[in-house]
Ligand binder design. Structure first.
Ligand SMILES: NC(=O)c1ccc[n+]([C@@H]2O[C@H](COP(=O)([O-])OP(=O)(O)OC[C@H]3O[C@@H](n4cnc5c(N)ncnc54)[C@H](O)[C@@H]3O)[C@@H](O)[C@H]2O)c1
Length: 286
């Protein structure tokens, strides 16, 4: 699914619940190498100390190649890709919004500094990342960002919904610009998953419960992290070699459904099909 033996940079690691971590594990399971990035020293400490990470052994944590990169600092992005050597792809799994002003009950317009920072981190930084990553992908490669349903409006998601729409437009613009470099830029639009970023969105539990009732394949905000990682791995790798500028929903099918599912349309439990492909022996999922 991904280019075996090649290196991928996965940006946006916070803890073991991060979508970035599921993606990184998937890349390794398919024979790739991973360089993770965390925002700064403090975030690395959270990764090593957090009680959320008790399911990982110290040995596992120490085995990861983790580097620092604040995506709002162009020099840090430049230095990161100057240090990686040739890579086959990049995952931008990063977003930020001040929950008090941008994910609040009202639609705030009085904190444009917060709006600007959120836009920079969650959208514009993708262009900075592509700018500095492209030279270390001389034969081309894949870039995948993470989005969330931009066709509907959700309570509290406010400015983040706006920034996700802008990010999807940026994916298309970058895809057009970098086709000549054989660099493909796509995004996965994921259904709701329980992560630290999601925990800042009021009513997220209710949103994820609703989601499972409107998805023809159903949706599990914990278990489907792996389905999202598989979708990202597909877009990153050579099986997607003629796909660029697209937003792939990995959402249990929720994006195409109007209204609620009828009782007769709901699948019986357990809803989760196993992947139809077999990972190679050393790539077996734990
Ligand atoms: N969790 C969901 O329900 C869901 C659904 C769809 C899309 N997404 C998207 O997935 C991506 C990953 O989020 P997650 O849910 O795994 O949460 P997460 O909190 O684990 O990851 C967010 C990451 O963004 C990083 N970040 C914030 N500001 C940064 C900066 N200036 N520089 C570098 N890194 C910075 C954080 O440190 C963190 O590692 C985000 O783009 C998010 O919007 C999440």
């Amino acid at each position: 699914m991904i280019a075996e033996g090649r290196t991928y940079v996965v940006m946006g690691l916070l803890d073991a619940e991060s979508i970035a971590y599921a993606i990184g594990k998937t890349i390794v399971q398919f024979g790739g190498k991973v360089i993770y990035t965390v925002q700064n020293e403090r975030m690395k400490k959270i990764f090593f100390d957090s009680s959320r990470n008790t399911k990982m052994t110290d040995e596992e944590k120490e085995s990861l190649d983790i580097r620092f990169c604040d995506v709002t600092v162009a020099d840090e992005v430049r230095d990161l890709f100057a240090s990686t050597g040739p890579i086959a792809g990049v995952v931008h799994s990063i977003a930020f919004a001040n929950p008090k002003t941008l994910l609040a009950d009202g639609f705030h317009t009085d904190r444009m500094d917060d709006v600007t920072l959120s836009y920079h981190v969650s959208c514009a930084s993708l262009a900075t990342v592509v700018k500095y990553a492209q030279p270390v992908m001389p034969d081309g490669g894949g870039v995948v960002a993470l989005s969330f349903d931009t066709r509907h409006v959700y309570p509290y998601y406010n400015w983040m919904g706006v920034h996700k729409s802008a990010m999807e437009a940026l994916v298309r613009a970058l895809a057009r610009r970098h086709g000549r470099d054989n660099v493909r830029i796509n995004a996965v639009s994921a259904g709701p998953l329980f992560t630290m970023a999601a925990s800042k969105i009021p009513g997220f539990g209710q949103l994820s419960a609703t989601w499972s009732s409107v998805s023809p394949l159903t949706w599990d905000a914990t278990a489907d992290r792996q389905a999202v990682a598989d979708g990202v791995a597909f877009l990153l790798g050579p099986y997607a070699r003629r796909i660029t500028g697209h937003i792939l929903p990995v959402d249990g099918g929720a994006a195409i459904v109007g209204g609620d599912l009828l009782e007769s349309e709901k699948p019986p439990a357990p809803p989760h099909e196993q992947p139809h492909f077999e990972a190679k022996p050393r790539c077996t999922r734990s």
